[in-house]
Design a protein around this ligand. Structure first.
Ligand SMILES: C[S@@+](CC[C@H](N)C(=O)[O-])C[C@H]1O[C@@H](n2cnc3c(N)ncnc32)[C@H](O)[C@@H]1O
Length: 193
């Protein structure tokens, strides 16, 4: 499948003219891969897609959703969390309040991992955390914050690697429910040692 650079450029310009989405900073290589998939799924050329989304907001929103890659995990990349524990948490402990923005939070696992992590470090009380994502459907999942038990179970090794190194507490969680009310996140956790 051959997509010309000009077609991609025109697509990006059209999306930015007809919405608040701006893909001009994406790397050409990764963006081309996404475009190829979209063209394939829609069984038409990129020029035809660009033409259609000019006057069709619903279609435009769908294409934007299709562009995003929403891979995420609870305690994704344990090494990073261990580094945060070592380097960042001591600094956060010195602050009167903590504000965290998870840009591109996908379905929320990174945000909830952070809240658990702060909870373990007794920092949750003074924290406000916000998650945003370009994909409104995935953001709705993040807001619900309910994940299937089996899905969580798959990530217990990550929990083990991250939370078990914390001083004293040495426990990890199975998540039951995460409830989000009035922008305040309350946690309902059950744990075992
Ligand atoms: C691969 S996921 C990573 C999720 C999470 N940060 C993690 O590391 O587990 C990337 C997320 O960024 C979102 N995203 C991509 N471009 C974005 C943009 N320009 N503004 C906001 N969110 C964006 C995607 O919709 C996707 O959900």
């Amino acid at each position: 499948m051959d997509i010309r650079d000009e077609e991609i450029k025109e697509f990006i310009e059209t999306v930015s003219l007809n919405s608040n989405y701006n893909f001009s900073d994406y790397t050409v290589k990764s963006f081309r891969r996404r475009m190829e998939k979209i063209v394939n799924d829609n069984n038409c050329t990129l020029t035809e897609i660009t033409k259609k989304l000019k006057n069709n907001t619903i279609f435009l929103e769908k294409i934007v959703r299709d562009i995003t890659v929403n891979t995420t995990e609870l305690f994704r990349d344990p090494k990073v969390w261990l580094e945060i524990q070592k380097e960042i948490i001591p600094e956060l402990k010195k602050l009167p309040t903590i504000n965290i923005w998870h840009a591109g939070c996908s379905s929320g696992q990174e945000l909830y991992s952070m809240l658990m992590f702060l909870n373990e470090n007794d920092l949750l009380e003074k924290t406000k955390a916000v998650g945003t994502d370009i994909n409104s459907e995935i953001l709705a999942e993040a807001t619900k914050g309910q994940y299937k038990y089996r899905f969580n179970y798959e990530y217990l090794p990550n929990f083990d690697q991250v939370l078990n190194v914390l001083p004293e507490k040495k426990k990890y969680y199975i998540l039951n429910i995460w409830i989000l009310t009035n922008s305040k996140i309350s946690l309902k956790l059950s744990h075992f040692y």
